[in-house]
Design a protein around this ligand. Sequence first.
Ligand code: ZN
Ligand code: ZN
Length: 169
Amino acid sequence: MLITRDELALHPITVDETYPAGEIDERGGRFHQAQPLEVHALAELSGLEIRIQGRLETRLEVECDRCITLMEYPVKRNFDLYYRPVSSIAREEEIEISRDELDVAFYSGEGIELADLVREQVILSLPMKIVCQPDCRGLCPICGTNLNWETCQCQRLENESPFASLRGQ
Ligand SMILES: [Zn+2]
Ligand SMILES: [Zn+2]
């Protein structure tokens, strides 16, 4: 769905979209969209800018960054975004900066592709590091064994220390 400036010049646009599972996946990205994604939003012109505020909800399938186990990750996110036309960058200094610049993005062409906005918001909802449990032990770097479930020979060698025998292996 393309939200165009021309249409917004006539009236605000109400968005009620559902993206089927997998639709907003990123090529080589960190997540798989496991459930349909629902987005409800209102788009309107605010001076030069397009403002889009709304919420989205879905469930992702993500890999633990340490042990690569797949797990469900629910996403529920509110957003309130402002987009300026790229052509305004040259005049940036003339525009009074009244909001945190972090909230402002740019668009080129006729308007904003909703799927791109949604994908970006989903990515932003993911933490820097995704772990299946706070004390995930990860994979053995040598043989790939998931150390949450079992131990391996290489790990024992690596951990060899004066105290190793006290661990009761
Ligand atoms: Zn893990
Ligand atoms: Zn190992």
